[in-house]
Ligand binder design. Structure first.
Ligand SMILES: [Zn+2]
Length: 447
């Protein structure tokens, strides 16, 4: 059993906090009673004096492969119609394969853990030309291996961007069998690995891809995810079909409770009502959409309509950081540009429970009894937090770019004193992880 003691406060969920100690056993939050009856079961105590404890953050929308292409020349301050082909050219120049997938996922997931992200949904959209199912399974396995090594939870979303529909569906089925062996809802029994499906959006994928992915999701109980209403998505939908993306998704059977739509910029009040009525959830990705000029999701209006909204960073091609707490801060700061302000607690709720709901993971994103033992310990005793009256609000308002002191996933400490540690509690140097990716990229640029 792991015990977290003396925290200033523990954010259990958006509406509940406690100053009581936290007990984690066999990967879940347990009653302290167990302690009184059998004190010898305590194997470790983490002292959280001067710290705030929160659930592990859940990045509901990332593209881990793009970690290898941050600040790529020609991809900043450009229209999405320019950005897409520039990224595509960079992918084919370097070459997408399991080795690159592993090195970029490892860097992206390590960065996530070091900033308090315990679960990442990796919407993997790009595959080598002519890839067979076996090739794509290799890429999925490599991504999962990176998560396994670091102790992060991964949701591998088999994405598609203009892939042949039949080929993409066969690959998705192969990935389900290889990674989660037909487990219910595509979630491996230990909860550390999940598979979902997701076309990039109506701007890139055919009705056939949406239909086949939908059938597969139904057969295996998988979550469905796609992107909707970024600048180019609306433009292309109008040009190609004379309809808006939400109309097309509705017609194609993709407005349903098992679907999560990332981005959701420029949705109309009527579209918001339709999304709410369909039970769709959403993922806000402000640190991608805002700086790229692709729009801002009206999060307060979406939430007021009853739509559950999670938070994602999107990938390194548009947001060069996988630091979800920084994006939570941004989400809070820009909310008044598109509606009423949103409180720090509500935004933290989005970055935890909101994301978990969209992934179909009710055990994640909160620290109530029986929930998964994923937690972050944030030191709020330094000068950047001095005289902060509300330490939970301060997590977002104060100390931009803060990192957690300790991070726990499924009851295991994966970040201790600001450093990654492996399953045997040995230090893993994140500089080595960065170098491994950079060396690989350098070697490929020389070929
Ligand atoms: Zn995205």
């Amino acid at each position: 059993m792991l015990t977290i003691r003396n925290a200033v406060t523990t954010f259990i969920d958006e509406t509940t906090e406690t100053t009581a100690d936290l007990y984690l056993d066999h990967g879940v939050v347990v009653e302290p009673d167990a302690l009184q009856t059998n004190p010898v079961t305590i194997s470790e105590v983490l002292d959280a004096t001067g710290c705030v404890v929160t659930p592990g953050l859940i990045n509901a929308h990332h593209h881990l492969l793009q970690t290898a292409f941050r600040t790529l020349p020609g991809t900043r301050g450009v229209e999405m119609a320019v950005w897409l082909p520039t990224m595509a050219a960079a992918y084919s120049a370097i070459g997408i394969d399991p080795e690159l997938a592993f090195a970029s996922a490892r860097a992206g997931l390590a960065e996530g853990l070091l900033s308090g992200v315990t679960t990442v949904a990796d919407h993997h959209l790009n595959w080598p030309n002519g890839a067979t199912t076996a090739d794509t399974v290799g890429i999925a396995r490599a991504t999962a291996a990176a998560a396994e090594e670091l102790g992060a939870r991964l949701v591998f979303v088999r994405g598609s961007a203009r892939d042949d529909a039949e080929v993409a569906a066969a690959s998705a089925e192969g990935i389900v069998s290889a990674l989660v062996a037909d487990a219910p809802q595509g979630i491996r029994a230990d909860g550390m690995l999940q598979v979902a499906v997701g076309p990039a959006g109506v701007h890139s994928d055919s009705p056939e891809t949406f239909r086949l992915f939908g059938e597969l999701a139904q057969r295996y109980g998988l979550r469905r995810r796609t992107q909707a209403n970024e600048q180019v998505d609306v433009m292309i939908a109008l040009e190609k079909y004379g309809r808006r993306p939400i109309d097309l998704l509705d017609e194609w059977g993709w407005l349903a409770p098992d679907v999560t739509l990332a981005h959701l910029c420029a949705v109309t009040p009527d579209e918001i009502s339709r999304l709410a009525a369909a039970g769709v959830s959403g993922t806000h990705a402000p640190a991608c959409d805002l700086p790229m000029g692709w729009g801002i999701a009206p999060v307060a209006a979406l939430r007021d309509a009853g739509i559950t909204i999670g938070l994602g960073t999107s990938g390194g091609g548009s947001n060069d950081a996988g630091h979800l707490l920084a994006d939570a801060r941004l989400a809070m700061q820009i909310a008044p540009l598109v509606g009423p302000p949103i409180t720090a607690r509500q935004i933290l709720g989005m970055a935890t429970k909101g994301s978990a709901v969209g992934l179909g993971r009710p055990e994640l994103g909160s620290l109530a009894l029986g929930d998964a033992a994923d937690a972050c310990v944030w030191d709020v005793s330094g000068v950047a937090d001095a005289a902060v009256a509300d330490p939970v609000a301060g997590l977002l308002w104060a100390a931009p770019g803060r990192r957690p002191k300790h991070v726990i996933v499924a009851g295991r400490v994966v970040v201790r004193d600001y450093h990654l540690v492996d399953a045997d509690d040995h230090a893993l140097d994140d500089h080595d992880i960065a170098l491994a990716l950079e060396d690989l990229l350098a070697a490929r640029r020389k070929r």
